[in-house]
Every structure is written in C-alpha cells, then in structure tokens.
Design a binder for this molecule. Sequence first.
Ligand code: PMP
Length: 388
Amino acid sequence: MIYLDHNATTAPSPEVVTEMLDALQGAWANPSSTHAPGQRARRLLVDARTRVASFLGCQGAELVFTSGATEANHMAVRGALALARGTERRRLVLSAVEHPGLLALARRLQAEGVPVDLIPVDAQGRLDLAAARALIGPDVALVSVMGANNETGVHLPIAALAALAHEAGCPLHVDATQLVGKSHFDFAGSGIALASVSAHKLHGPKGIGALLVRKGLALQPLLEGRQERHRRGGTENLPGIAGFAAACERTAHTLSADLARMAQLRQRLESGLLQALPEARLLGDAAERLPNTCCLRFGTLDSERVLDRLERAGVVASSGAACSAGGTQPSHVLLAMGLSAAQAKAGVRFSLGRDTRADEIERALDAAVRAIAPLLAREAADTCAALD
Ligand code: PMP
C-alpha cells in the first residue's frame, strides 16, 4: 500500500512511540501530586513543554495543551468571544474554507445570535483580501483563518490578515494544523494572537495538540480546572504530550530537506497525472500551496469511485467530499472556489509525507493512470451515448 493521505493523519514515528511508552510506564503519576512519582511526571511535563514551545517558536507559558486542533479551535473562538463580551466587538470573521468542525461551531454560534461573516476565496482557493479588509472592523471580536487548507494545500495570507486584525484592534486566530511540519512555522514572529496545532499531523499521537495563546491575552478556558495555568482543566495526557515533544524534535531535525523533497515528489506526481490524463485538473495550481499536497479532479468522476479504484490498485488517498448515505456530498472548499456541485464531488487529494519515496510516487503514478483512464473512457462513452 502506498499511503498518500498524510493531511488526514501520519504514522507515529519510532521515537514518538518510544517516548510515549516511557511516559506510560515511568511517568504515570499525576503531575499535580507533590510526592516523588508525581514530581517525576511534573518534570517530564515541564521538559516536554519546553521542547514543543521551542519547535513552535513560542514561550512555554504561551502553550496550552489540548486534545487536538478541534478543541484548540473551539477554545480560541469561544474564549475570544467571551473576552469581548460587554464590548461592541461581537462579530466573528472566518474564511469560507475552514475546517468543518470550525464551520459547524460558527453555525452554532450564529444560531445563538453571534454575527458571523465568511471571507470568500477565488477560483484558485486564494483568500479575497479586499473582502477581508471590508469585513475586519472595530466590531470584530475575532478573525479566524487556517494557515493552509487541508484539501487543496493552498496557503492563506496570514501576514496580511495579521496586519488587518492589528489595525482593527482584534486578535487573529490561525488554525495552523496543516502548516506545522509542512512549513517553517514560527509563532513569535507571526503577528498571530492564537494558533491551533495537532500532533498527529506531524507523526505524533492522536488526541493531543495545543492552542498557542499570545502572552497577555487572558483567554477564558473551555474546560475549567487548575491545570495549564487554569486555562485547560483535566489531568494532563502525559504520554501524548511526551509523544508530541518527540514528534516536534524529530520534525525539526530534517524539516528543510523534507520540505524540498516532498515538493519535488509532489511535482512529479501532479505533472505525471496531468500529462497522462487530459481530463485531469489541478485545483489551486496557480496559488501558493503546501509542498506535500495536490488536489485534482478527473473530469467529473465522483471522488468515491476514483478512490475506490485507487485503493484497489494499492494507492490510498482521500477527498474533501464527505460520503454519506445519500451519496457523495460536494466539498465546501471546492464549492467556495466556484466549482459546480459535480466538480466539487470530484476532488481527489494526494498528500505526501516525509517518508514518501520516489519509487512509491512512480508506482502510485503508474497505478493511478491505469486505474483512472478506463473510468474516464467510460464516462466519455456514456456522455456520447447520452448525446446520440
Ligand atoms: N483543522 C484542520 C485544518 C485539520 O486539517 C484538522 C484535522 N483534519 C483539524 C483542524 C482537526 O484536528 P484534530 O484531529 O487534532 O482535532
């Protein structure tokens, strides 16, 4: 099997597994306990915090461990709205291509009376900065935008948004889940007030992540309790946190070389597919993208059919289109880019990892062309028959 679904999740690396096992076996005590085993666990927590913070370019005190990016996103949005309560800042501004969990939260908040605006994107998936400028004003409580889109890999203009938010006097939250491990992310110099991160996207464990909270921002917690400086209650997930730290260190070790290699292999895969299959279209091809991600559609072939064929040919990829009992649902990201409903059901995402090898890409390319070409030929024949 050739695994090309690293934007969904990544396999934990050996050093991650080792550190998690060590934490499970050697530091199982409660880090809040004052006895010796508790203090051993506390030391591990302090050490892991320093390692994660160093990788993300933040201070240890700015790091709040959460159960992952979904929780971090919720904490950022609900916390910022609570912070602005009683002021004229009530509006929430998001991009139209945010993660489904964040968009669902926005819909719930909207139902609760919070005004929500979505910044549109263009046909390439690039954020409409003029629209952002018009929407970000003195009544905004929070601007929340992802660093790069999980489906297309298209970057969002974080520096420009940070400047707009700064001008309007409101915080900027960035869902950096897909940025970390696929770019040189540095919280300190970013102008971002809040950032969400998830360990399982960088070969760490699932169920652990963080919200980075800029020093001085007194964000209200989602979960009350004494842990994490009263910002996130609950006994710390020490094996997860240790695994997160190991993942950060391992990622930092070879990051530049990994980014360059992934970009080269991704280029080979997408140009090979575009050359061999004239009906293939690369989505966001003119936009700045993550080095590991390409999202293509093959005519209007339903992604579910393509993915099924690919998997039978030994290639695992994915689509942003959710499958449900009623069939494939169009991807909200591709719809926001102006694709038709049929086209928005056709997006197939290939996301490479740092361990993806050149020979795997050659085999995946060959298998994909052989799997998809007959489907396209059949679709063309069906269209001709319908025209007869
Ligand atoms: N945001 C983005 C952009 C993501 O890609 C994901 C994971 N698919 C999440 C949030 C959710 O992360 P987690 O699994 O850590 O909750």
